[in-house]
Design a protein around this ligand. Structure first.
Ligand SMILES: Cc1cc2nc3c(=O)[nH]c(=O)nc-3n(C[C@H](O)[C@H](O)[C@H](O)COP(=O)(O)OP(=O)(O)OC[C@H]3O[C@@H](n4cnc5c(N)ncnc54)[C@H](O)[C@@H]3O)c2cc1C
Length: 425
């Protein structure tokens, strides 16, 4: 008999978990997603951004047949960063190992298209435009609001929250006094921006295989990543209290701001994009740290719902995908006995999520004196590693990106540096 599972949230974590469960052959899955079906809507780009997919995320995707190949058709490899100056000049910081990037919405779309296949039709139902509003763990019921303002109530057997940093599933854990969850705002906020990569009329042609970055004004940075043939997607990052949009009244003033401060990149923007940009929301980044990822024998959270981190190391999505793979491994280990799998997931994953939180918060220092020390250490350790590769560990960002070492092991190797940044920050 099929085991019924309900998943809230069709983002990267929820969709990859559905792939793993369907592959097991005896699950009946019902998914609920608050947003519309991305296959039917063309304008879901209000908050999307490019993600760096690294070793552990790719490993989790590669275990599902054909998925890596399908995603591979949509990714861009970036082998360095062009840093632009306002005077039009630029310098290239090359990378030995190219970074693979994909837009978050495109990743979800590929995961969805490959999931919703004929052979899964009878065992998978995805309900879009269904926002989960309430959970009653005693009665095992869920309430939803649909796009036409209907209220719906359904029962669940096992409920999985893959519903992001503001998880409603996690909210219902609060009833348990031993559950502890810290929610913080990262000081930086962001707006998504969408530019063309080339504008032949202005003789502007940007490299298709590099990140592009510029400091627009003090504490306002723009980071852009080529996507597809002629798109340059990215984010403008700034402090909430230092918003470049605050004193700019209309799209033509905003256009002038970019033309004045954006160097070569500023010339790519046109009035249509500044009109959209003024309407686009400013997004906040939330971090989540919990002491449990499950409750009882029927509730589980994963991905950002369980452990959202700052994007500094580019690990949020990678760790969310890794979660799905770990749940699959635990289902193997405990022969699909969820009452054993749920506590085992908490036991295995909470320490790693805590370690990732520390690494994401304190790898890159903000204090000026430490920034200098950071780059000095990086340079010295690179030299020493050439001579004594076994005695000196690669830097944190390299270990999280290019190895499958657990976050705990990486933290252990670099605990001294993390403690120093934490104390002096
Ligand atoms: C600017 C920025 C850059 C980033 N860069 C990187 C990077 O380079 N590499 C990386 O690994 N990570 C990166 N991240 C983090 C990454 O985006 C997240 O960690 C990842 O998207 C988490 O996936 P998820 O499926 O757990 O959650 P989400 O992607 O948040 O998906 C949750 C889904 O649940 C749905 N949902 C939410 N609430 C409800 C509800 N009540 N009812 C029904 N559905 C609901 C949402 O609509 C959404 O589709 C970045 C994040 C930001 C903000």
């Amino acid at each position: 008999m099929n085991i019924p599972i309900t998943i809230i949230g069709a983002g990267p974590a929820g969709l990859l978990l559905a792939h793993y469960l369907l592959r097991r052959g005896h699950y009946q899955i019902e998914m609920y997603e608050s947003r519309p079906d991305p296959r039917l809507s063309t304008n879901d780009n209000q908050r999307t951004f490019p993600l760096a997919l690294q070793s552990r995320g790719r490993k989790a995707l590669a275990k599902i047949d054909n998925l890596e190949e399908k995603i591979g058709q949509k990714v861009t490899f970036c082998s360095g960063t062009f840093i632009y100056q306002k005077n039009g000049k630029s310098r290239l910081i090359p990378r030995n190992n190219p970074i693979l990037t994909i837009d978050r919405s495109v990743l979800s779309l590929v995961l969805l298209e490959t999931l919703d296949k004929d052979d899964n039709q009878t065992r998978l139902k995805i309900n879009f435009n269904h926002r989960c509003t309430q959970i009653n763990p005693q009665e095992k019921t869920l309430s939803f609001q649909t796009d036409n303002n209907q209220e719906i109530k359904v029962n669940y057997n096992i409920l999985i929250g893959a519903d992001g940093a503001n998880s409603v599933v996690r909210d219902c854990f609060q009833e348990n006094p031993s559950f502890n969850c810290q929610k913080n705002h990262v000081p930086d906020v962001y707006k998504s921006i969408y530019l063309p990569l080339n504008v032949p009329e202005k003789s502007l042609f940007l490299a298709k295989d590099k990140f592009h970055s510029i400091s627009l004004t003090k504490n306002v940075r723009m980071l852009l990543v080529p996507q597809g043939d002629n798109n340059l997607n990215g984010v403008i990052i700034f402090k909430q209290e230092n918003s470049p949009f605050e004193n700019i009244e209309n799209p033509s003033e905003l256009l002038k701001f970019f033309q004045k401060n954006g160097g070569k990149i500023g010339q790519l923007i046109d009035i249509k994009e500044t009109e959209s940009l003024t309407k686009r929301p400013i997004s906040q980044v939330i971090t989540i740290q919990c002491n449990q990822f499950h409750q009882g024998d029927s509730l589980l959270i994963l991905g950002d719902a369980a452990h959202a981190v700052s994007p500094s190391l580019g690990q949020g999505c990678n760790s969310a995908l890794e979660d799905a793979m770990i749940i699959d491994q635990l289902l193997d280990k405990y022969q699909d006995n969820w009452s054993e799998v749920l506590p085992a997931f908490t036991k295995q994953r909470v320490p790693d999520a805590d370690a990732l939180q520390e690494l994401s918060n304190y790898t890159f220092p903000r204090k000026k004196s430490l920034v200098f020390e950071y780059f000095l250490r990086l340079r010295i350790s690179r030299l020493l590693r050439q001579w004594f590769p076994d005695n000196f560990s690669p830097p944190i960002f390299e270990l999280v990106a290019e190895t499958n070492l657990s976050y705990c092991e990486i933290l252990q190797r670099h605990q001294g540096w993390i403690n120093k940044v934490k104390q002096l920050q």
